[in-house]
Design a protein around this ligand. Structure first.
Ligand code: C5P
Length: 260
């Protein structure tokens, strides 16, 4: 299955449907920092090298939505990673509230189930219809890249992580989500099942395995692109570096080397 998929994938790349984006438009830097000052320092120091910034729980709870305006004010695109997971009505109302901050992407947990996903996409589309503004792209978290097989069994899941990720991805596609956040290890199979237009965003990206930290399922930038990721999320290797620009340049080089 993987061999067939890989061939199909190469055909799509050659037809120009995929792989035409600039690498600077495919790297998302996770701004996992506690203060606006630190966040803005990172954005300013990376300048034109990066267009997307991921604002997660730490930044959003600590700084509020003002940080999104700061990012947008610098011509950058915010990726709002709040990993929503609640009853459908609560998630739908939250999506409506968050749409007004115009994030490029918004995340929610696929584990919230198909009714929650349906409610979320419905709310985003209603908001777009009422305001005539583009809605954020909705991405579902499948299984966190920090979760290993042992953790997965411990929580009570019986099918292997890979099978669960694939099942969740198909459910998300059927409910009309724009894509998923998943480990590079599962990206090729998701691509094969969900088609060329379904977005795959992969965290767990490391240039060197020694920087793995709490991530269990990691890959290099070029490996992630080769298996079909549209966007890569990188946090600590960039944000905690002495010279973040140098790390981003190495990541962009590695992305380029993938030929994708
Ligand atoms: O620092 P690091 O590169 O590991 O950051 C990865 C980022 O991606 C973190 O902000 C984390 O919350 C997020 N993420 C993840 N795994 C997922 C979904 C999101 O690591 N499955």
């Amino acid at each position: 299955m993987f061999a067939n998929f890989y061939q199909d994938w190469r055909v799509l790349v050659h037809k120009g449907r995929i792989g035409t984006m600039e690498n600077t438009d495919r790297l998302i830097v996770a701004l996992d920092v506690p203060t606006t000052e630190q966040a803005i320092n990172v954005v300013d120091s990376l300048g034109d090298l990066v267009q997307y910034y991921k604002v997660g729980m730490e930044a959003f709870y600590g700084m509020g939505h003002a940080v999104l305006a700061q990012i947008a004010g610098r011509g950058k695109k915010p990726f709002l990673d709040l990993k929503l997971h609640d009853i459908p009505t609560t998630v739908a109302r939250t999506v409506t509230t968050l749409c007004q901050f115009s994030p490029a992407f918004l995340t929610l947990h696929a584990a919230g189930g198909s009714n929650m996903l349906k409610a979320a996409i419905g709310a985003a589309e209603d908001w777009a219809g009422k305001t005539s503004q583009p809605r954020p792209k909705l991405l579902a978290i499948t299984v966190l890249t920090s979760i290993g097989e042992r953790d997965w069994v411990e929580i009570g899941y019986q099918s292997p992580i890979r099978e669960s990720v694939l099942r969740m991805s198909v459910m998300c596609k059927e409910e009309g989500l724009d894509g998923v956040v998943a480990s590079p290890r599962e990206a090729a199979a998701i691509r094969a099942l969900c088609g060329p237009d379904f977005l795959i965003v992969t965290p767990g990206i490391r240039l060197v395995p020694e920087e793995q930290g709490d991530q269990m399922r990691i890959a290099t930038p070029s490996q992630a692109l080769k298996v079909g990721a549209n966007y890569l999320v990188v946090g600590r290797p960039i944000v905690a570096a002495d010279n973040p620009r140098e790390v981003v340049a190495s990541i962009l080089n590695d992305m380029k080397a993938s030929g994708q």
